[in-house]
Design a protein around this ligand. Sequence first.
Ligand code: HMG
Length: 391
Amino acid sequence: MAADLAVGIHDLSFATTEFVLPHTTLAAHNGTDIGKYHRGIGLRSMSVPAADEDIVTMGAAAAAPIVARHGSEAIRTVVLATESSVDQSKSAGIYVHSLLGLPAATRVVELKQACYGATAALQFATGLVHRDPSQRVLVIASDVSKYELDSPGEPTQGAAAAAMLVSADPALLRIEEPSGLFTADIMDFWRPNYLPTALVDGEESIAAYLQAVEGAWKDYTEQGGRALGEFRAFCYHQPFPKMAYKAHRHLLRNGGQDSDESRVVHDIGDTTAYNNVVGNSYTAAMYLGLASLLENADDLTGQPIGMFSYGSGSVAEFFAGTVVPGYRAHLRTAAHQKAVARRRPVDYAGYRDLHELSLPEDGSDHTVATQTSGPYRLAALSGHKRIYQPR
Ligand code: HMG
């Protein structure tokens, strides 16, 4: 293994849903002051999946442009991270592998640890590439965030998939050693197999997140990581954008640094553009934050970026990446803006119907309503099998 080999994110692409629910619509329904959504939690709208969209269709839509640009020859591993799994045994990545026509000589696996899973996938991928720099790994983070109707978590729902190609000599971000790690057995947010929506203790989840920031940063420092002042920007897991602000203030204060608003905005202000309109996309959220940062910040060439990944339950990791010279030529800004702009607004009744929609569980033949205009759809269920199709 070559320790000085640069390994990291070579390409980054995301996809989201067919529908969007503006927070003004939700606020009009439940009588909440819109300021709480727009300023209090920092969200303006949430992505809502169509009946025929799920983590597979979004994951394939996010990854297809990467395969189109780079080909599939060097991809020998696909890791799909999710907490919205569609099967207890079969990896959702196999459906994506099939939809994208990837070679049979591929290992495909699914990873889970709440929103943290994609970072575990990224770290596994960098290890594989260090072992054999000729190989590339396709990492896909795909999730649908769903809370009970009329619950405090409801305004923080969302859905998206981020796909990353991890390779040697990456074009976007070199992933650095060391990582700061933190695990605590805590019930801040979880979803038992029999529930369609997550259970959460909102206040405890925020406290657990902040405790994890401290813990992961402490370990990062003890492992010989960079000093706080060295980073040009920080990219946090964003269940809602204001959480990143809370977390960064906490980190700065703990590190004895200035935490005034201008410093915080300088450090993280460019990471929120997509999360702000997509909502929580769990595993994908931090990587939508990274896309937003790379696309919106002034030139970041050579700059170190701090990445804080958090998954309830809980596992967290703080690591650094360095932005690669020439990265701007490889960004997918127009496609990402289009993915967000193309969503069709849904009214409250339509949103509620989609929220309550459940697919048959008796193995009967069921044709799924055609709603999405995206490239892939869940077409039918039959004999307990999910049938996906390109559109
Ligand atoms: P809540 O309790 O209804 O909201 O839900 P609140 O009363 O705490 O208000 C939120 C903020 O809005 C507050 O600001 C208010 O002051 C402000 P803060 O004090 O926090 O700075 N506010 C207003 N601002 C302007 N104008 C107004 C106004 N009214 C109030 N008129 C809560 C908030 C986050 C608890 C809820 O949305 C929830 O339960 N969300 C789900 C859990 C969650 O996202 N937790 C985050 C940490 S855990 C995590 O990130 C992991 C996760 O992604 C899952 C995974 O890992 O898989 C969730």
